[in-house]
Design a protein around this ligand. Structure first.
Ligand code: SAM
Ligand code: SF4
Length: 359
């Protein structure tokens, strides 16, 4: 990766301007060649996980990187500061399982202090959440997404390979007690494996004032599990839900940066007092790439512009090589110029596990 010349000040960062001379790009923001403004950074804090979800990684797990290759907390903070200076407003911590990274509460506190972040959230499998929910809230975490694909204990153990449903349910309850609002549940929908629970999951969320998102299974980290035998389009989810629920399109949920989910307000047909906010994420069948406002930072500091493409820029190596803030920002901006216009899941699967990429 060649760095732009040192005289490339932040004020003169334009990305791909020459290729689109008719429509100048905002020099102060991260804007890619498709004129999508990047405001959302997902930071994978570890590639390790205490679960082995069937749709995410092989039973034996995936090789994990050594600690010296992981970004330190100081390096994460430093890089997040550069992204924020370039216009990022929303930061999500993910993994692997972010709660297995030692000192995660301290990292949250460090990031919560960065001026300019409007929304600092985390996606977790919830297994370790019960004792940590209060400390995470006190450290400044704004919101939580908890993955929950089934409410059946044996099925949960089977899908996650080593998960315990009870621990996750305790974690969700603890998050609510700690005062987290707008908590979302993420359910990957799997044909023949949890598609008989679509309505029950909505009921569970509605009764607890949680938001539920149904996510299409993406061909990432695939062995032979992804395929027509397990893939369920969200169109089928909508069809299944209408038996029990009246679905009305809902306005955006108001969280900074928005998101890819199509939102619905569902009212239970036989319990009219019960309503639940639903999100349907059709990553495979209804591409939303033109709305994409996000980039990813891997546990080893690689910038990944799209889930479907391998990242090439090591921000860790730049940092450790002594690059200054300006050079880091210039490198990020240059890499963003290469953000693909759309993912390729309909044609190509991504071999790397979701846990390593940072889902
Ligand atoms: N360990 C945390 C968790 O499970 O919530 C965070 C990392 S996980 C990779 C982030 C999200 O990606 C989870 O909601 C998980 O269900 C989802 N995910 C993992 N593999 C996926 C796949 N192949 N397709 C769609 N979603 C997937
Ligand atoms: Fe499951 Fe998340 Fe771990 Fe993947 S990273 S195995 S989705 S808990």
């Amino acid at each position: 990766m060649s760095l732009p010349s040192p005289c490339h000040s932040p004020q003169s960062l334009t990305i791909g301007g020459a290729a689109h001379p008719a429509k100048p790009l905002n020099p102060f923001k991260l804007v890619d060649l498709q004129h999508r403004r990047v405001e959302y950074l997902r930071v994978s804090v570890t590639d390790r996980c205490n679960y082995r979800c069937t749709y995410c990684m092989p039973a034996a797990g995936v090789p994990v990187v050594g600690h010296d290759r992981l970004l330190s907390f100081e390096e994460i903070r430093s890089l997040v500061e550069q992204f924020v200076a370039l216009g990022v407003r929303k930061v999500r911590l993910t993994g692997g399982e972010p709660l297995v990274r030692r000192g995660i509460v301290d990292l949250v506190a460090m990031l919560a202090e960065i001026p300019g972040i409007q929304d600092l959230s985390m996606t977790t499998n919830g297994h370790l959440l019960a004792p940590l929910a209060g400390p995470l809230k006190a450290a400044g975490l704004s919101r939580l997404n908890v993955s929950l694909d089934t409410l059946k204990e044996a099925r949960f153990a089977q899908l996650t390979r080593q998960g315990k449903l009870g621990a996750v349910l305790d974690g969700i309850a603890a998050a609510q007690q700690a005062g987290f609002a707008h908590t979302k549940l993420n359910a990957v929908v799997l044909k023949g494996l949890n598609d008989d629970e679509l309505s029950d999951l909505a009921l569970f969320a509605g009764e607890r004032d949680l938001i539920l998102r149904y996510i299409e299974y993406m061909p990432i980290g695939v062995d032979d599990f992804w395929g027509p035998q397990t893939f369920l389009p969200v169109a089928a989810v909508r069809e299944a839900l209408v038996t029990d629920w009246d679905l009305q399109p809902a306005p955006l949920d108001g969280t900074p940066g928005g998101g890819p989910a199509k939102r619905w307000l569902a009212q239970h047909r036989r319990r009219p007092e019960l309503a639940v906010k639903l999100g349907l994420i059709a990553a495979v069948t209804e591409q939303f790439c033109e709305l994409c406002n996000r980039v990813r930072l891997s546990p080893t500091g690689t910038l990944r512009e799209c889930l479907s493409t391998a990242g090439a820029l090591s921000l860790r190596d730049l940092l450790r090589g002594g690059a200054n803030d300006q050079e880091i920002r210039a490198a990020i901006a240059e890499a963003l110029a290469g953000k693909v216009d759309a993912h390729r899941f309909d044609r190509v699967a991504t071999a790397e596990a979701m846990s390593s990429i940072g889902g």
